[in-house]
Ligand binder design. Sequence first.
Ligand code: FE2
Length: 204
Amino acid sequence: MQSSTTLSSEPAALEILESGTRLGGTNRRYERRVADLEGIYSDFEAFNQYSASHGEELAYSVDESRIDDGAGALIVGLSVLLPGLIGTEYAMTRGHLHVKSDRAELYVCVAGRGILVMDDLEGHMRMVELTPGRAVHVPGGWIHRSVNVGDEPFSTVFCYAADAGQDYEIVRRARGMQMLVVTDGRGGWTTVANDGHVGYQRLT
Ligand SMILES: [Fe+2]
């Protein structure tokens, strides 16, 4: 099978730039605004209030290197999640399971402080705190989300299979992941159970 003809198969030299907030040598960038994250925070009212005045502001950005899309190809990039609180919850990404759910992923923290929150479909949950130099190897089968618990951008270099795909709907249908990462009121973070969580269901 022929892979995409629009992508180069030349090796890419990548460089972490601007204090870990940009990745040079990539060929794709996308950004999510605050308003794009509607529905992920448990305090809808706090989100709506914040989004009304900050909806167009950047929430997170991704610089990606996609060279090929065939079997065995990788997507390598840098994710930058800006800090903040919505209600009591720290700023986070939507969270997803890979469509090909056996596909693993590596996250290496290069700036800031955050948490990789992971749930499997059987009710297990894991969290790994990341600071520069720390990494987490997420095996297949784990829903994963980044949370910024610091006051600086939280940046991770990631790497996963190009054919993995992202299923965000599984988290939306479950009304969020099992645990919320919230402020402890003293400048730190803690977790509380997400009372709205209704369990994960795969449609396929
Ligand atoms: Fe992923």
